[in-house]
Design a protein around this ligand. Sequence first.
Ligand code: AMP
Ligand code: GLY
Length: 425
Amino acid sequence: MKLLIIGGGGREHAIAWKAAQSSRVEKIYCAPGNAGISQVAECVPIGVMEFDRLVEFAKEKEIDLTVVGMEDPLVGGIVDRFEKAGLRIFGPRQNAAVLEGSKAFAKNLMKKYGIPTAAYETFTSPEEALSYLETAKLPIVLKADGLAQGKGVLICNTREEARDGVKTLMLDQKFAAAGKEIVAEEFLTGREVSVLSFVDGNTIRIMTSAQDHKRAMDGDQGLNTGGMGTFSPSPFYTEEVDAFCKKYIYQPTVDAMKAEGRPFKGIIFFGLMLTPDGPRVLEYNARFGDPETQVVLPRLENDLVEVFEACIDGTLDSVDLKFDNSRATVCVMLASDGYPLAYQKGFPIYGLEKFQGLDGYYVFHSGTKFNEEGQVVTNGGRVLGVTANGSTLAEARENAYRATEWVSFENKYLRHDIGKAIDEA
Ligand code: AMP
Ligand code: GLY
């Protein structure tokens, strides 16, 4: 079969790499893809929001299955558009992608169905938000309702910061329409864990756990980024936590969406906080995590395309999802110095060939392209996800860090403590 993957980052590289191993796949296209993805797929220069062109391309190439990596096209209704055109596509429809597209929707759903999450209020009026924040318990977390590339969350320690937060999100509209409504929620403490799952509308199958490091600098200092590295599994995700989440969070979320007339088919990413009072949902995403996918898919033993098809067909209950639990995986992001603010790009990348044919080491491309001379050059804030397996997390970390030294480019920047938290487990 022919596959089309939509997106062009490290997550889509990992999806394409894993899908390429499926015996059923003969050809993969990726729109728009990147230099790394072009090793396993033919990249086509069509933007992820160009739905008409994507539909046209899928028809022309007789694509059997399209897989959407990113949230923006999902929230924008790409699945509905493809289905209307009679094309098979993996991901939630627009009325279900709202689980990620609106934080107010997600919070109201959790409240209505008793799914554990932080206490909250929602506001569409800045005056009401400001008035509430004068007496709310501090610290308080303010979130833009809509998509904001993970940057629409402000943790406010003082009333001054809370007032500034309302100004940033609602009055200055830093995240445009995403800040029309805001959520103000209780500040939670604990370990964060990312849990990805496959969902077919009724059945949910949980993948191995992972943890992201979102801050730019060592010791969780600096600005929030798209993710500077991940490890999997999380040693903090114990059997007890798993049992709790299965009972109160995972299936209840799928059932709640169904009860609302918004059956969810695709990936649900549960962003969890393991608080002293038990696990709480921080957020839902309607797609694979980046860079969680880079540490989860290397240990998936199933044929990924078969699992996608089972989700679409509603037969996920017959799939036995298996991960190689004898190994752990760590991904260290190589970024451009200055990310997530200003940075330069276009620098040649050296050393990528060292990964070729090496078992247990992977380099997933986030922001790369070919220059006019055909050289692979940096093309984004996050450049490469250097990933390695190990028989333990500590060994996977050592391997991943060793591999980061094989690659060089001019303004290479990385954190040195990815996975360090695992020593405390
Ligand atoms: P979100 O996009 O909702 O996952 O938020 C981004 C990040 O903000 C999370 O990964 C947490 O580190 C932090 N965060 C979000 N909500 C809370 C909360 N209620 N309490 C503490 N930290 C939070
Ligand atoms: N790594 C966090 C995310 O994909 O949203």
